[in-house]
Design a protein around this ligand. Structure first.
Ligand code: ATP
Length: 459
């Protein structure tokens, strides 16, 4: 039996099993903010670790970074966010609910995006207003669309005391990479082409946060910026696109649930832009990552606004590098991985919920059970196995509650690849049963081989 997945099931599951909770829930919940629970944070950290390994450790000439979230306010002017980081919003005249016009047009099958001019988007909006309903009152009477800036303002000692500009929370994480490009060049002396990778938080005043982790007001981005010589962008861009696609497959995502989408409406400086989209339950295909060929825009802008020369000196030849960017939302990837892994099947004649996560991202790698908990010699033996495994495997669970079948089901639900049971034979032969999550099959194995077997199989 394979049930059709819905996002409603996944949201409920994520809460029930300690993956994701609504932000500030005990105060009634905060829109567009989510907290990762005990299992969620493990899954999230494992996804980040996999991304870091692929993009920093396994690559030559890629450097990691972790920059401060607060930045000189001029950064956001140079980047174009103060002037142009906006969504086209309209307000329902009946109940004052605000809608994002580009997204509403897309929803009814009209091509639109947030980069269109106000005039162009309003022309489309006027034409199709009758088919767009207010999500609150169902009405069709809207104001014209106006640009609404997404940057979140804050205040911070030194910067706000200078008066002129507000301080912003980062609207995107990658600006920290541009700000440290020169520091990395001067300290690490990379030869071009080279990359810088960073995971960081971003904040956007999304007017209608919706679709669970898909559109939130606070989220994490994992970005790489690859610096190449001017005009030497095309081949590298294709290689980066291929690498990024492969990474999603390594998270257990089936290729049929991924697709490429090329941007039709490029920002003026970009040379090319593609999104990787995932086929989310209920929502359908939507963006998880953007891969952008950005020419020399970013470093040229920061050279201009900061007065610091950000050109690269290649044996006396000076130029501003061009940048190929990958920018991925970790919340969206987390949701894609969870949606992909979530399954309801039948095992041993019973329905079960199972997360078919690849071992390297599973929150718990192995669970250890004494067959019964009222036999001290079994419990003691199992404790020994548990302690030994903990020395080698990052996350090991202990469960002695209820019958073994129920314990298997609990581990299946959170995606634990292996369960180890210590039974009476263990006391005689120093062997245990190892049960596989996906097939339910059990094998018997010497305790001495357990840690390396599990480590090898969750790689
Ligand atoms: P969208 O068109 O969906 O608003 P975007 O094109 O503005 O997204 P980028 O600015 O390119 O997104 O950001 C890079 C990545 O950051 C996106 O691919 C997405 O995964 C993630 N992201 C962007 N906005 C949000 C958000 N509000 N909530 C969660 N993730 C987001």
């Amino acid at each position: 039996m394979n049930t059709q997945k819905t996002m409603e099931d996944i949201v409920a599951f994520a809460k029930r099993k300690g993956f994701v909770f609504q932000g500030s829930e005990i105060y009634g919940g905060a829109a567009g903010l989510y907290d990762f629970g005990p299992h969620g944070v493990e899954l999230l950290n494992n996804i980040k670790a996999s991304w870091w390994k692929t993009n920093v450790h396994d690559k030559q000439q890629y450097y990691g970074l972790d920059s401060a979230m607060f930045k000189d306010p001029r950064v956001w002017e140079a980047s174009g966010h103060v002037g142009g980081f906006s969504d086209p919003l309209a307000e329902c005249r009946t109940c004052n609910t605000r809608i994002r016009v580009d997204k509403e047009l897309e929803r009814i099958g009209v091509h639109a995006d947030e980069k269109m001019s106000e005039g162009d988007i309003n022309a489309l909006f006027t034409q199709h207003k009758a088919s767009i309903s207010c999500p609150k009152c169902g009405g069709h009477d809207f104001t014209d669309a106006r640009a609404f800036n997404l940057l979140v303002k804050s205040n911070l000692g030194d910067f706000t005391s200078k008066g002129d500009n507000p301080v912003y929370l980062p609207g995107e994480a990658c600006q920290g990479i541009y700000l440290n490009y020169k520091n990395v060049v001067d300290s690490m002396h990379p030869s071009i082409p080279f990359g810088i990778a960073q995971i960081g938080k971003a904040f956007r005043n999304e007017i209608s946060p919706r679709n669970f982790l898909f559109r939130t007001r606070e989220f994490e981005q994992a970005d790489t910026q690859y610096f190449v010589r001017p005009h030497e962008n095309k081949d590298a861009y294709e290689t980066i696109k291929k690498d990024r696609w492969q990474w999603y497959l390594s998270l257990g995502i089936d290729e049929s649930h991924l697709r490429w989408k090329q941007h039709e409406n490029l920002v003026f400086y970009a040379s090319d832009a593609w999104d990787i989209e995932y086929d989310f339950p209920t929502y359908g295909f939507d963006e998880v990552e953007g891969i952008h060929d950005r020419t020399d825009y970013d470093l040229t802008q920061h050279t201009k606004y900061s007065g610091t020369d950000l050109s690269y000196n290649d044996n006396g030849e000076k130029f501003i590098p061009w940048i190929l960017e990958t920018s991925m939302g970790l919340g969206r990837v987390f949701l894609a991985v969870l949606s992909e892994a979530y399954d309801v099947d039948e095992l041993g004649g019973e329905a079960r919920t199972v997360l078919r996560l690849p071992g390297h991202v599973a929150p718990v790698k192995v669970a250890v059970f004494p067959l019964v908990k009222n036999k001290p010699e079994l419990v003691e033996k199992a404790r020994g196995v548990y302690s030994e495994l903990k020395k080698h495997i990052s996350t090991v669970a202990w469960d002695d509650n209820g019958n073994v079948g129920k314990r298997y089901r609990r581990q299946d639900e959170i995606g634990t690849p292996y369960c180890v049971t210590i039974d009476y034979d263990t006391l005689e032969s120093d062997t245990v049963t190892v049960r596989d999550r996906d097939t339910g099959e059990q094998i018997r194995m010497p305790i001495a081989e357990l840690a390396s077997y599990i480590a090898e199989n969750i790689k």
